[in-house]
Write a protein that binds this ligand. Sequence first.
Ligand code: GLN
Length: 299
Amino acid sequence: MTGADRATVASVAARLAAAGVPSPDVDARRLVEHVTELTGSCDGCGGALLDGLVARRSAREPLQLVIGRTWFRELELRCAPGVFIPRPETEIVAGIAIDEARQHPSPIVAEPCTGTGAIALSVAVEVPGARIVATDLDPAAVDLARDNLARVLAGEAGPPLVADQVEILHGDLLTPFRSPGAHQAWAAHLEGEVDVLVSNPPYLPAADRGSWQPEVADHDPDGALVGGADGHEVVDRLLSAATTWLRPGGLVVIEIDERRGADARLAATAAGLVDVRIVADLTGADRAVTARRSRAAHR
Ligand code: GLN
């Protein structure tokens, strides 16, 4: 960055800070870099393009929507209005699923509530030979995840995929795997065949709605955030689904509300799962529940 660019970043940061943006310096740098990438130099930085983007961010539109993308593990993913923006802590949840999938020669990984496709596509590029099925209830998310899959297959999002082993279906949690919509034959009969079930479902209680930052309240879809009145509805449904969709010994990994570690542990045990663990994220907060389907044929 030249001295002039640094001066531009500083003045953008000042505008963002005045608008109450929580991370003005990082966002200012990203916006200037974005314009530099689009225009080939920062010459456009003084002009309408940067000005328009800064105005959008100042109105508390998430940075990821303003620049149309985010970074998740090894991938650069498209973000779009109306679809939940992946968070850094979910990289850890994806990492647990990836480490587990690598223990199997040709694992089947299922990811309900895929959103942008971040977890599913990370598994696809980081675990050679893995077959992945992802679902979302929201057609906008399915479209975006398929778009991101196409970009990964074209090598435009990071490490390319060797073969298309990802199936993205529209529907509720695991139910699409029971319908004939899958275009890849292996994805049509997965009950009792899944090695890793991973998800970042909606898990916040409805009462939290009033406390969100404008970026979340006005832009992330409510259906990706709130998991029923008490927040745990979808987590509980996934834990119970794990007992039928996982093969014996298979692992379920679910992102959770950091305040609900004890509840998640109890719910996993109540569902009949074993080896229940609560995993902390980099900030030390309870961020995921992991558990296994018992290897015993009859519990
Ligand atoms: N992590 C989200 C947030 O902090 C909550 C919902 C989710 O990730 N499933 O806003």
